[in-house]
Design a protein around this ligand. Structure first.
Ligand code: NDP
Ligand code: 2IT
Length: 451
């Protein structure tokens, strides 16, 4: 037996912790996957001897760079930028860019690791990557954001390419920022290519990319409920966040007959017992995205609602919950509260919003619980379709894309059942997603030998 063979889960995690000090988010993401994969690998000698999980948990490369820019007062500002290229066994690196003051190497490494499994689940040929900066877009003028994006791309451009690594949006990066970065890429390289996704419709973007993550998370939720013979009609939903993913998840819940009770931001949550209908969702989109307002101002526009400063919405009784803001926003105690209040299904729009305690609580109570790598894959899936349209130099119709998104989400749901069905009517979606995503990447890696 080779010396590296057969460390157990604890031994493996000890190594991960040792090699990644001060990177708690990365260690957490690896742990959540390793718990299932060690079980799965028990009788699969090749995965062990070829050190496949160990290799997936070591990014292919982490690029870190300085981003200098000048603010409106002429001050020179210095931020840090990164691109984590985690794994390209099944396609070019693919994953979003996040601008938020909480961004660290650990956060981007966890996101790139998760992205590797998520992208494999979509069935499209995409590897996993993630990038971003600790730049805080809040309170910055549009011109400041433009200068920052240009400076960020002035370094990033040399690491990406339509067949190398294709970034997109994430927290703090939407259509406007993608436009500024694409403009700078084109200016530097003189190359009009599908190097970013989430582009505007006039310059190579895809229909429904904006809506895809939130809609996809609700399609996944509907698929889970269908296994119990249920649908969303009349169901109450608690949603966190009020950005791209949260507002489009809310929109699809309403379209499918559910009632949305909450939205939130980093200041707290609003509770609207009358339901957040389409008109109110449109108000939130305009207010948060275009006017860059705060969710607490909702209660002035819609006086039936209340604002709860500094709190998350998980204490509001509901049938279904969709965490759509950020990582570790739903903790063990929150999970217990949701279950005690009768919540039956959780579909994650955000990446790793539930901490490990919360994950174990949902699994213990055997509720319908979808991890983000399965349920929020609709966004990157339509990004993959945007790449195909760019290669083809054509744009597909909205109905075709809507159907493809639904089919991809059902396909992911089926993969979760294939590897996560525990019998007795319980599907462990975390296990199903981890194993299905791992197997695809692992088998490609085996084909390549030791590289
Ligand atoms: P947005 O920037 O559009 O919105 C982010 C929302 O989350 C805002 O309401 C923001 O509040 C809140 N938020 C961000 N950071 C924190 C924090 N530290 N604490 C509390 N609230 C916070 O981002 P998206 O909607 O695009 O992304 C939301 C989540 O979905 C992220 O986890 C992202 O990785 C994930 N995701 C996004 C995809 C996409 O296509 N956009 C695809 C798949 C997953 P505030 O305004 O106060 O900052
Ligand atoms: O977390 C994610 O999947 C995203 N932010 C979307 C990535 C993409 O490349 O569209």
């Amino acid at each position: 037996m080779a010396v590296t063979d057969h460390v157990d889960l604890n031994g493996f995690m000890e190594g991960v912790k040792k090699r990644n000090p001060y990177q708690p988010e990365f260690v957490q993401a690896v742990q959540e996957v390793a718990e299932d994969i060690f079980d799965f690998m028990q009788d699969k000698e090749e995965y062990h001897s070829q050190q496949i999980l160990r290799r997936i948990a070591e990014p292919d490369r982490v690029v870190s760079f300085r981003v200098c820019w000048e603010d409106d007062n002429g001050n020179i500002r210095v931020q840090r930028g990164w691109r984590v290229q985690n794994n390209n066994a099944i396609g070019p690196y693919k994953g979003g860019i996040r601008f938020h003051p909480s961004v660290t190497e650990s956060v981007l490494k966890f996101l790139a690791f998760e992205q590797t499994f998520k992208n494999a689940l979509t069935g499209l040929p995409m590897g996993g990557g993630k990038g971003g900066s600790n730049f805080n877009p809040k309170g910055k003028s549009v011109r400041e954001i433009m200068r920052f994006c240009q400076s960020f791309m002035t370094e990033l451009y040399r690491h990406i390419g339509a067949d190398i690594d294709v970034p997109a949006g994430d927290i703090g990066v939407g259509g406007r920022e993608i436009g500024f970065m694409f403009g700078q890429y084109k200016r530097i390289t003189n190359n009009f290519t599908g190097v970013l996704t989430g582009k505007g419709l006039e310059w190579g973007g895809s229909l429904i990319r904006t809506e895809a993550t939130g809609y996809g998370a609700v399609y996944f939720l509907a698929n889970m409920l269908a296994t119990k013979g249920e649908d969303l009609t009349g169901k109450t939903a608690v949603i966190s966040g009020s950005g791209n993913v949260a507002t489009h998840a809310a929109e699809k819940i309403v379209q499918l007959g559910g009632k949305v009770l909450t939205l939130s931001d980093s200041g707290g949550f609003i509770h609207d017992p009358d339901g957040i209908n389409q008109e109110k969702i449109d108000w939130v989109k305009t207010h948060k995205t275009h006017r860059r307002g705060r969710i607490e101002e909702y209660v002035e526009a819609f006086p039936g609602a209340t604002f709860h400063a500094g709190k998350t919405p998980w204490g509001v009784p509901c049938d279904v919950a969709l965490p759509c803001a950020t990582q570790n926003e739903l903790l063990g105690e929150d999970a217990k509260m949701l279950v005690a209040n009768g919540c039956r299904a959780v579909s994650e729009g955000a990446n790793m919003p539930t901490d490990l305690d919360g994950v174990h609580t949902f699994k213990h109570h055997k509720i319908l619980y979808a991890p983000g790598k399965a349920s929020n894959a609709g966004g990157v899936a339509v990004s993959g379709l945007e790449m195909s349209q760019n290669s083809e130099r054509r744009s597909w119709k909205e109905e075709e894309l809507q159907q493809m998104l639904k089919d991809i989400m059902s396909g992911i749901h089926n993969s979760c059942i294939k590897y996560g069905d525990q019998g007795g009517g319980y599907i462990d979606y975390v296990k199903g997603a981890n194993i299905a995503g791992f197997k695809k990447v692992a088998d490609a890696m085996l084909a390549f030998g030791v590289v």
